[in-house]
Write a protein that binds this ligand. Structure first.
Ligand code: AP5
Ligand code: MG
Length: 196
C-alpha cells in the first residue's frame, strides 16, 4: 500500500508511522528525517535546508522532490511506502502523483491526523528537538495551515482522504488508523492482480 500521513507538527505522524510500517511491512519515508540526516552529513541538500528548518519554514520543493525521488528509486519501495510529512505543498502532491502514476502504483490512502494546535504545542514542548522552540513551533503551525492543509481538499476530491482524531494515547490513535487501513485494504485487489 501507498499511504500518506498529513497532520500538523506534533500530531503524531512519526510516532504512528513507526507502528504502521511495522504492521504493514512497508518502508517509512519521512522527509523531516531525510533532511535531518542530510544536515548531519552536511550534504548540499542539508546545507540548503538548514535555514528554512531552523525558522520553521517549508524547504523549497525542488530539494524535497530530489530527496524523495532518489528514495523512491530504491527497491524496497516496490512493496509500498508510508509518506510521513510529504507532500506538504500542492506542487509536491502533483509531483508525487505523476511519479506514482508513471510507475502504475497510485496512492491508496491519505490519512489526516487531526489535532488542535494547543495539544500539538503541548506535545512538541515536551521534546527537545532543535525546531521545538516556541517561535519556531508557531511558525511550523502557520506553515501547516497555509501551505499543507489545503491538500486535504485536493485529496478529498480524489476520494482517498480519511480523517482520524489524533487525540488520546498513541495506542488509541493507532487503533483508529488500523481500522481505516484495514477498511481500505479490504477494497483493494489482491497483490499480483485479480485471478480469473
Ligand atoms: P518534520 O520532521 O516532518 O516535522 P513536523 O511536521 O513539524 O512534525 P513533528 O515531526 O514535530 O511531529 P509529528 O507529527 O511527527 O509528531 P511526533 O510523532 O514526532 O519536519 C521538520 C521540518 O522539515 C519542517 O518544519 C520543514 O522545514 C522541513 N520539511 C519536512 N518535510 C518537508 C516537506 N515535505 N516539504 C518542505 N519542508 C519539509 O510526536 C510529537 C511529540 O508528541 C513526541 O514527543 C511524541 O512522543 C509525542 N506524542 C506523539 N503521539 C502522542 C500521543 N498520542 N499522546 C501524547 N504524546 C504523543
Ligand atoms: Mg515527525
Amino acid at each position: 500500500m501507498r499511504i500518506v500521513f498529513i497532520g500538523p507538527p506534533g500530531s503524531g505522524k512519526g510516532t504512528q508511522s513507526e507502528r504502521l510500517v511495522r504492521y504493514l511491512g512497508i518502508p517509512h519515508l519521512s522527509t523531516g528525517e531525510m533532511l535531518r540526516q542530510a544536515q548531519l552529513e552536511q550534504s548540499s541538500a542539508g546545507v540548503l535546508a538548514q535555514g528554512y528548518m531552523s525558522g520553521g519554514q517549508l524547504v523549497p520543493d525542488p530539494i524535497i522532490l530530489t530527496l524523495v525521488g532518489e528514495r523512491l528509486e530504491q527497491p524496497d519501495c516496490a512493496s509500498g511506502a508510508l509518506f510521513d510529512g510529504f507532500p506538504r505543498t500542492l506542487g509536491q502532491a502533483e509531483a508525487l502523483h505523476d511519479s506514482l502514476f508513471s510507475r502504475g502504483t497510485p496512492l491508496d490512502l491519505v490519512i489526516e491526523l487531526a489535532l488542535d494546535d494547543e495539544v500539538c504545542l503541548q506535545r512538541m514542548s515536551q521534546r527537545e528537538r532543535q525546531d521545538d522552540r516556541p517561535e519556531v513551533m508557531a511558525q511550523r503551525l502557520r506553515s501547516y495551515w497555509r501551505q499543507t492543509r489545503p491538500l486535504l481538499d485536493y485529496y478529498r476530491r480524489q476520494g482517498v482522504l480519511e480523517s482520524i482524531d489524533a487525540s488520546g494515547t498513541p495506542d488509541q490513535v493507532f487503533e483508529r488508523i488500523k481500522a481505516v487501513v484495514d477498511g481500505r485494504r479490504g477494497t483493494l485487489p489482491p497483490v499480483g492482480g485479480v485471478s480469473s
